[in-house]
Design a protein. Structure first.
Length: 273
């Protein structure tokens, strides 16, 4: 077997192995040769993004309506049609997509829908958006703080990108404090069956083979290493940054605990902007 990006030579014969569940990958745009192929891949990604945006926008609007003591099910078709006309939209799918992409704020739309009728009550409970890491391209995770299941997190609506998830203690949050209307309360689903990237910093003594020993310990804990970077080097120690794949905070804690036990490791900490 060879990668799909393998360049063929004249007269070579190939067999393409396919899967029923296979879908175009945006990374293919880096090596496909024809304009037709690039157009087909981009169209697929556009359709996929639209579908994911509609689903997210619907969830966000329903959550905002519940904050007001209402819900999408309680909003009548007549009132929804009136709201769409006021907003200059033709379908609810358009509305949901704009909300999902962060181009329109769900709380404002919810207020528009609820204010005109008797549907809204005195909602007091703030509903949160549950996330599982499977929402696709419209929910992303901040690379400034690398949130993982078990972290206290918040979502921030970014125009054209949807919702970006940050850890509550992320240093970049101070930049967004002046726009509270774009913040979304989020929580993790239980039993999430995927891994998330997470960054840790390890200070080590400058001894032969230390990097290999640390990598082996991390691997023994069931984690893959995506990237290693040397942040600093001194006469007797080095500062290393590891980007890992972890399941949750419990998994991360196990990795850090085992690395700390190593003879040539001085300090282990979790990176956060």
């Amino acid at each position: 077997l060879v990668p799909l990006r393998t360049e063929l030579q004249n007269s070579q014969t190939v067999e393409v192995i396919t899967s029923k569940g296979a879908k175009p990958n945006p990374n293919w745009l880096t090596f496909v040769r024809t304009a037709k192929a690039r157009t087909a891949i981009r169209q697929h990604m556009k359709n996929l993004r639209s579908s994911e945006s509609v689903d997210l926008g619907k969830r966000l609007l329903d959550r905002s309506l519940k904050d007001l003591g209402s819900s999408l099910r309680k909003i009548g078709k007549t009132r929804m049609s009136e709201a769409l006309e006021e907003l200059g939209l033709n379908t609810t799918a358009e509305l949901f997509e704009q909300i999902g992409l962060g181009e329109r704020l769900a709380p404002l739309v919810a207020r528009l829908l609820a204010d005109a009728g008797d549907e809204a009550g005195a909602g007091t409970n703030k509903a949160s958006l549950t996330i599982a890491g499977t929402e696709g391209m419209v929910v992303t995770y901040g690379k400034c703080c690398y949130p993982i299941p078990g972290d206290s997190v918040m979502g921030y609506l970014t125009a054209g990108r949807g919702v970006v998830i940050h850890r509550n203690q992320c240093g970049n949050l101070s930049n967004f404090r002046k726009q509270p209307e774009k913040w979304i309360s989020v929580s993790w689903e239980k039993d999430i069956g995927r891994e998330f990237p997470c960054q840790i910093q390890i200070d080590t003594r400058n001894k032969p083979g230390v990097l290999a020993e640390v990598a082996a310990t991390i691997g023994d804990c069931g984690s893959n290493i995506e990237q290693v970077e040397v942040l600093g080097r001194h006469d007797d120690c080095s500062v290393l940054s590891f980007l890992l794949q972890v399941r949750d905070r419990v998994h991360l804690a196990s990795i850090m605990r085992n690395v700390r036990k190593m003879k040539n490791v001085i300090r282990v900490s979790r990176d956060c902007a």
